[in-house]
Design a protein around this ligand. Structure first.
Ligand SMILES: Cc1cc2nc3c(=O)[nH]c(=O)nc-3n(C[C@H](O)[C@H](O)[C@H](O)COP(=O)(O)OP(=O)(O)OC[C@H]3O[C@@H](n4cnc5c(N)ncnc54)[C@H](O)[C@@H]3O)c2cc1C
Ligand SMILES: NC(=O)c1ccc[n+]([C@@H]2O[C@H](COP(=O)([O-])OP(=O)(O)OC[C@H]3O[C@@H](n4cnc5c(N)ncnc54)[C@H](OP(=O)(O)O)[C@@H]3O)[C@@H](O)[C@H]2O)c1
Length: 287
């Protein structure tokens, strides 16, 4: 008689094996990377139609003989059917990320999903305000990739949207997907304004005037006219952008706000934006 299945055995049996095929460090750092996986069986990552941009997956790795599971937003888009791209930061004392980062190309993991409701299907509103800290950018990269794909395919699956993306990081080198997002903004197919902001500019050799200053929550509040911000680094927009132009893209009644990443940022903006009349706020806390 075979050994009875424990719950985790049951879950493991439902997960699919995939192989690490690419590891791209962000800003030359060993602890911040785009990790790309492909299913071992060569089939699409998810059955067609299941995955909506903005969702996450479960990823399991073996750590000292035990399979451990964590959730990761998917940065690749549904149109990228044959790989799974994740944007992950190394948590030095974490249980899982040190193993993920130590794995060589070819290493096997298990994954399952997709799951989550942090998707564009949740709103009909024409204006999107996407706000992230750190790797909380991942779901927005997926959304933008998919919107661009749908526009190019001309299938009309997506409504025209005005998108304002705020990304907050500590240093310029932490800006994952910076070139892709600038390219998407400049090519003009999507109506996108991309506002990266750096919270430690005084210690940052990579800082320049094309980047905002201050924590992303402080910058958003400043754009929306809050004059009572107490911040170590006073918020300032990138050169060439002005608050009035941005406010015109972010009327409370036409805008859906998405908040992803650091729970402190999310809690503060949820409260601030709620008080300003924003009544569609979707959140994805990473811890
Ligand atoms: C829905 C969802 C989606 C997520 N997507 C991503 C993602 O796309 N990329 C990603 O890097 N992480 C993501 N996370 C976090 C991820 O699940 C793990 O918690 C993280 O990788 C740490 O795992 P660990 O075992 O190494 O650390 P643990 O031993 O679990 O320690 C967790 C601690 O690490 C810190 N921490 C966790 N995640 C982050 C982070 N992203 N940035 C900074 N500090 C963090 C927090 O202080 C937390 O208490 C997501 C979490 C959720 C709930
Ligand atoms: N080894 C590597 O290569 C590497 C690379 C990147 C990150 N890391 C480590 O990974 C961890 C996570 O770093 P991260 O930069 O991805 O994420 P993070 O620490 O969450 O910082 C991202 C942004 O969120 C801001 N922030 C932090 N707490 C906040 C709060 N309560 N409310 C609003 N904003 C807040 C930060 O501002 P502040 O600057 O004011 O804190 C920063 O602008 C850190 O421990 C970091 O040292 C390692």
């Amino acid at each position: 008689m075979s050994k009875p299945l424990t719950l985790s055995d049951k879950i493991l049996k439902r997960m699919r094996p995939a192989r690490l095929v690419r590891k791209d460090p962000v800003g030359g750092q060993a602890g911040l990377a785009l990790l790309r996986y492909e299913p071992l069986d060569g089939q699409p990552v998810f059955p067609d139609g299941r995955f909506k941009a903005g969702q996450y997956c479960y990823l399991a790795v073996q750590v000292e003989g035990r399979w451990l599971n964590r959730l990761y937003s998917i940065a690749s888009a549904p149109c990228q059917r044959h790989h799974l791209e994740l944007y992950i930061v190394l948590v030095e004392n974490g249980a899982v990320t040190p193993t993920l980062f130590a794995q060589p190309i070819g290493a096997e993991v298990l994954y399952m999903g997709p799951a989550g409701k942090f998707t564009l299907e949740k709103t009909e509103r024409p204006d999107l305000c996407l706000i992230a800290t750190g790797t909380g950018l991942a779901p927005y990269v997926s959304m933008l990739r998919q919107l661009r794909h749908e526009l190019r395919a001309g299938g009309g699956a997506s409504r025209p949207r005005r998108i304002t993306l705020f990304e907050g990081v500590r240093y310029a080198r932490d800006l994952g997907y910076h070139s892709l997002l600038r390219e998407m903004e400049q090519e003009g197919e999507l109506d996108l304004v991309y506002i990266p902001t750096v919270s430690r500019p005084e210690r940052d050799e990579g800082f320049n005037a094309s980047l905002g200053r201050g924590r992303v929550n402080h910058l958003v509040r400043a754009v929306l006219g809050d004059e009572a911000i107490e911040a170590r680094v006073p918020p300032a927009l990138p050169y060439g952008l002005d608050a009035e132009t941005l406010r015109a893209r972010l009327h409370p009644e036409t805008t859906a706000v998405y908040l992803c990443g650091n729970p402190g940022m999310i809690a503060e903006l949820q409260q601030f934006l709620g008080a300003r009349g924003y009544d569609q706020i979707l959140t994805e806390d990473y811890w």
